[in-house]
Design a protein around this ligand. Structure first.
Ligand SMILES: [Zn+2]
Length: 241
Protein backbone atom coordinates (compact mmCIF):
# COMPACT_ATOMS: atom_id res chain seq x y z
CA UNK A 1 0.00 0.00 0.00
CA UNK A 2 2.80 2.42 0.89
CA UNK A 3 4.52 1.48 -2.39
CA UNK A 4 1.49 2.54 -4.42
CA UNK A 5 1.25 5.77 -2.47
CA UNK A 6 4.95 6.40 -3.05
CA UNK A 7 4.63 5.79 -6.83
CA UNK A 8 1.69 8.23 -7.07
CA UNK A 9 3.61 10.97 -5.29
CA UNK A 10 6.72 10.22 -7.33
CA UNK A 11 4.76 11.07 -10.51
CA UNK A 12 4.08 14.56 -9.16
CA UNK A 13 7.78 15.44 -9.01
CA UNK A 14 8.74 18.49 -10.98
CA UNK A 15 11.79 20.62 -11.52
CA UNK A 16 11.42 24.10 -12.99
CA UNK A 17 14.80 25.57 -13.85
CA UNK A 18 15.44 29.19 -12.95
CA UNK A 19 14.44 31.36 -15.90
CA UNK A 20 13.42 34.90 -16.74
CA UNK A 21 14.65 38.12 -15.22
CA UNK A 22 14.29 37.15 -11.51
CA UNK A 23 15.96 33.74 -11.84
CA UNK A 24 13.49 31.85 -9.60
CA UNK A 25 13.28 28.07 -9.93
CA UNK A 26 11.13 25.48 -8.12
CA UNK A 27 11.30 21.74 -7.67
CA UNK A 28 9.72 18.91 -5.68
CA UNK A 29 11.43 15.61 -5.04
CA UNK A 30 9.78 12.62 -3.31
CA UNK A 31 12.04 10.48 -1.15
CA UNK A 32 11.54 7.78 1.40
CA UNK A 33 13.78 5.86 3.74
CA UNK A 34 13.01 2.14 3.72
CA UNK A 35 9.74 0.28 4.22
CA UNK A 36 7.20 1.66 6.71
CA UNK A 37 7.34 -0.33 9.96
CA UNK A 38 4.09 -2.06 10.91
CA UNK A 39 2.92 -1.90 14.54
CA UNK A 40 1.03 -4.84 15.92
CA UNK A 41 -1.28 -4.59 18.93
CA UNK A 42 -1.48 -7.55 21.27
CA UNK A 43 -3.07 -7.61 24.71
CA UNK A 44 -0.51 -9.66 26.59
CA UNK A 45 -1.34 -9.21 30.23
CA UNK A 46 -4.83 -10.74 30.02
CA UNK A 47 -3.73 -14.02 28.52
CA UNK A 48 -3.67 -17.38 30.25
CA UNK A 49 -2.01 -20.41 28.71
CA UNK A 50 -3.95 -23.63 29.14
CA UNK A 51 -3.32 -27.20 28.05
CA UNK A 52 -6.68 -28.96 28.00
CA UNK A 53 -6.60 -31.85 30.51
CA UNK A 54 -9.06 -33.79 28.41
CA UNK A 55 -7.74 -33.52 24.83
CA UNK A 56 -4.28 -31.87 25.42
CA UNK A 57 -5.04 -28.98 23.07
CA UNK A 58 -2.90 -25.95 23.95
CA UNK A 59 -4.82 -22.69 23.88
CA UNK A 60 -4.64 -19.12 25.19
CA UNK A 61 -7.53 -17.19 26.65
CA UNK A 62 -8.31 -13.64 27.63
CA UNK A 63 -8.99 -13.66 31.33
CA UNK A 64 -8.70 -17.02 33.04
CA UNK A 65 -11.72 -19.30 32.66
CA UNK A 66 -12.78 -20.80 29.35
CA UNK A 67 -14.12 -23.83 27.54
CA UNK A 68 -11.62 -25.81 25.46
CA UNK A 69 -12.22 -24.71 21.83
CA UNK A 70 -11.77 -28.30 20.66
CA UNK A 71 -13.48 -30.73 23.07
CA UNK A 72 -15.53 -28.19 25.04
CA UNK A 73 -14.26 -29.10 28.52
CA UNK A 74 -14.24 -26.20 30.97
CA UNK A 75 -10.88 -25.39 32.59
CA UNK A 76 -12.17 -24.37 36.07
CA UNK A 77 -10.67 -27.34 37.91
CA UNK A 78 -7.38 -27.00 36.03
CA UNK A 79 -7.03 -23.31 36.88
CA UNK A 80 -7.71 -24.10 40.53
CA UNK A 81 -5.07 -26.85 40.50
CA UNK A 82 -2.56 -24.51 38.88
CA UNK A 83 -3.16 -21.88 41.58
CA UNK A 84 -2.88 -24.45 44.38
CA UNK A 85 0.40 -25.70 42.93
CA UNK A 86 1.62 -22.11 43.04
CA UNK A 87 0.59 -21.85 46.71
CA UNK A 88 2.65 -24.93 47.56
CA UNK A 89 5.64 -23.47 45.73
CA UNK A 90 5.27 -20.19 47.63
CA UNK A 91 5.29 -22.03 50.95
CA UNK A 92 8.35 -24.07 49.97
CA UNK A 93 10.13 -20.93 48.81
CA UNK A 94 9.36 -19.25 52.14
CA UNK A 95 10.99 -22.04 54.14
CA UNK A 96 14.47 -20.69 53.48
CA UNK A 97 13.97 -17.00 54.28
CA UNK A 98 14.05 -14.87 57.45
CA UNK A 99 11.11 -15.21 59.82
CA UNK A 100 9.23 -11.95 59.33
CA UNK A 101 9.23 -12.29 55.57
CA UNK A 102 8.44 -15.99 55.81
CA UNK A 103 5.34 -15.29 57.91
CA UNK A 104 4.22 -12.71 55.36
CA UNK A 105 4.66 -15.08 52.42
CA UNK A 106 2.81 -17.81 54.34
CA UNK A 107 -0.09 -15.41 55.00
CA UNK A 108 -0.15 -14.48 51.32
CA UNK A 109 -0.10 -18.14 50.34
CA UNK A 110 -3.15 -18.76 52.55
CA UNK A 111 -4.95 -15.77 51.00
CA UNK A 112 -4.12 -17.04 47.51
CA UNK A 113 -5.45 -20.46 48.41
CA UNK A 114 -8.79 -19.00 49.52
CA UNK A 115 -8.95 -16.63 46.53
CA UNK A 116 -8.32 -19.53 44.14
CA UNK A 117 -11.23 -21.49 45.63
CA UNK A 118 -13.44 -18.39 45.70
CA UNK A 119 -12.73 -17.75 42.01
CA UNK A 120 -13.46 -21.39 41.20
CA UNK A 121 -16.72 -21.48 43.20
CA UNK A 122 -17.99 -18.23 41.71
CA UNK A 123 -17.24 -19.44 38.20
CA UNK A 124 -19.20 -22.66 38.77
CA UNK A 125 -22.14 -20.70 40.19
CA UNK A 126 -22.07 -18.55 37.06
CA UNK A 127 -21.90 -21.59 34.77
CA UNK A 128 -24.78 -23.36 36.51
CA UNK A 129 -26.86 -20.27 37.28
CA UNK A 130 -29.70 -21.58 35.12
CA UNK A 131 -29.97 -24.65 37.35
CA UNK A 132 -30.33 -22.58 40.52
CA UNK A 133 -33.63 -22.36 42.34
CA UNK A 134 -35.45 -19.12 41.72
CA UNK A 135 -34.69 -16.11 43.89
CA UNK A 136 -31.33 -17.42 45.12
CA UNK A 137 -28.91 -15.08 43.25
CA UNK A 138 -26.15 -17.54 42.28
CA UNK A 139 -23.88 -14.73 41.05
CA UNK A 140 -23.55 -13.33 44.58
CA UNK A 141 -22.21 -16.36 46.44
CA UNK A 142 -18.83 -15.88 48.12
CA UNK A 143 -16.59 -18.85 48.82
CA UNK A 144 -14.31 -17.11 51.30
CA UNK A 145 -16.25 -18.56 54.20
CA UNK A 146 -16.89 -22.28 53.84
CA UNK A 147 -19.83 -22.57 56.23
CA UNK A 148 -21.64 -19.68 54.53
CA UNK A 149 -20.85 -21.09 51.07
CA UNK A 150 -22.18 -24.50 52.14
CA UNK A 151 -25.49 -23.03 53.32
CA UNK A 152 -25.82 -20.99 50.12
CA UNK A 153 -25.07 -23.95 47.83
CA UNK A 154 -27.68 -26.06 49.61
CA UNK A 155 -30.26 -23.33 49.05
CA UNK A 156 -29.19 -22.71 45.45
CA UNK A 157 -28.74 -26.18 44.04
CA UNK A 158 -29.45 -28.61 46.87
CA UNK A 159 -25.74 -29.51 46.77
CA UNK A 160 -23.75 -30.18 49.95
CA UNK A 161 -20.24 -28.74 49.67
CA UNK A 162 -18.95 -30.77 52.61
CA UNK A 163 -20.27 -34.13 51.41
CA UNK A 164 -17.02 -35.43 49.92
CA UNK A 165 -14.57 -34.53 52.73
CA UNK A 166 -14.09 -36.01 56.20
CA UNK A 167 -15.39 -34.12 59.23
CA UNK A 168 -11.81 -33.37 60.32
CA UNK A 169 -10.81 -32.05 56.90
CA UNK A 170 -13.91 -29.87 56.76
CA UNK A 171 -13.21 -28.44 60.23
CA UNK A 172 -9.53 -27.86 59.40
CA UNK A 173 -10.34 -26.12 56.13
CA UNK A 174 -13.05 -23.99 57.76
CA UNK A 175 -10.57 -22.87 60.42
CA UNK A 176 -7.91 -21.99 57.86
CA UNK A 177 -10.46 -19.96 55.88
CA UNK A 178 -11.35 -18.09 59.10
CA UNK A 179 -7.66 -17.35 59.64
CA UNK A 180 -7.58 -15.84 56.15
CA UNK A 181 -10.44 -13.58 57.24
CA UNK A 182 -8.38 -12.36 60.21
CA UNK A 183 -5.37 -11.70 57.97
CA UNK A 184 -7.44 -9.84 55.38
CA UNK A 185 -9.58 -7.74 57.74
CA UNK A 186 -7.97 -7.68 61.23
CA UNK A 187 -4.24 -7.59 60.45
CA UNK A 188 -4.12 -11.16 61.70
CA UNK A 189 -5.24 -10.38 65.26
CA UNK A 190 -7.58 -12.93 66.88
CA UNK A 191 -11.07 -11.58 67.64
CA UNK A 192 -14.14 -13.01 69.43
CA UNK A 193 -15.86 -13.87 66.19
CA UNK A 194 -12.92 -16.06 65.15
CA UNK A 195 -12.90 -17.90 68.49
CA UNK A 196 -16.68 -18.43 68.38
CA UNK A 197 -16.64 -19.72 64.82
CA UNK A 198 -13.64 -22.04 65.09
CA UNK A 199 -13.34 -23.01 68.75
CA UNK A 200 -9.58 -22.80 68.10
CA UNK A 201 -8.07 -23.66 71.50
CA UNK A 202 -4.58 -22.62 70.36
CA UNK A 203 -5.61 -19.04 69.58
CA UNK A 204 -5.55 -16.19 72.12
CA UNK A 205 -7.89 -13.18 71.93
CA UNK A 206 -5.98 -10.05 70.91
CA UNK A 207 -2.85 -11.91 69.84
CA UNK A 208 -1.65 -12.62 66.33
CA UNK A 209 -2.98 -15.79 64.78
CA UNK A 210 -0.41 -18.49 64.01
CA UNK A 211 -0.40 -19.74 60.44
CA UNK A 212 1.90 -22.68 59.85
CA UNK A 213 3.48 -23.41 56.50
CA UNK A 214 2.38 -27.04 56.86
CA UNK A 215 -1.18 -25.94 57.54
CA UNK A 216 -1.33 -23.95 54.30
CA UNK A 217 0.16 -26.83 52.32
CA UNK A 218 -2.26 -29.29 53.90
CA UNK A 219 -5.20 -27.06 52.98
CA UNK A 220 -4.66 -27.69 49.27
CA UNK A 221 -5.85 -31.30 49.58
CA UNK A 222 -9.34 -30.74 51.05
CA UNK A 223 -9.79 -27.78 48.68
CA UNK A 224 -9.16 -30.04 45.69
CA UNK A 225 -11.67 -32.55 47.08
CA UNK A 226 -14.28 -29.86 47.80
CA UNK A 227 -13.84 -28.46 44.30
CA UNK A 228 -14.06 -31.73 42.39
CA UNK A 229 -17.02 -32.79 44.55
CA UNK A 230 -18.83 -29.53 43.89
CA UNK A 231 -18.21 -29.84 40.15
CA UNK A 232 -19.41 -33.45 40.06
CA UNK A 233 -22.57 -32.59 42.02
CA UNK A 234 -23.38 -29.66 39.73
CA UNK A 235 -22.75 -31.76 36.62
CA UNK A 236 -25.38 -34.20 37.88
CA UNK A 237 -27.90 -31.37 37.59
CA UNK A 238 -27.32 -31.30 33.82
CA UNK A 239 -25.58 -29.24 31.18
CA UNK A 240 -24.06 -25.89 32.19
CA UNK A 241 -24.74 -22.59 30.35
ZN1 LIG B 1 -10.02 -30.13 25.09
Amino acid sequence: MTDAFYEDLKKLEFDHRPSGGLGIGMSMKVKRDGPTPIHYYREKRLETEVVCSSCTLRYSVYGVFAFCPDCGQHNSLQILAKNLDMVEKMVDLAAGIERELRDKVTENALENCVSAFDGFGRELCRLYARKARSGTKPEEVSFQNLDVARTRLLALFGVDLSAKVSVDDWRGATKSFQKRHLVAHKLGVVDRSYLAKTGDSGAVLGRKILIGADEVKRLAKPIRTLASGMLANLQELGESE
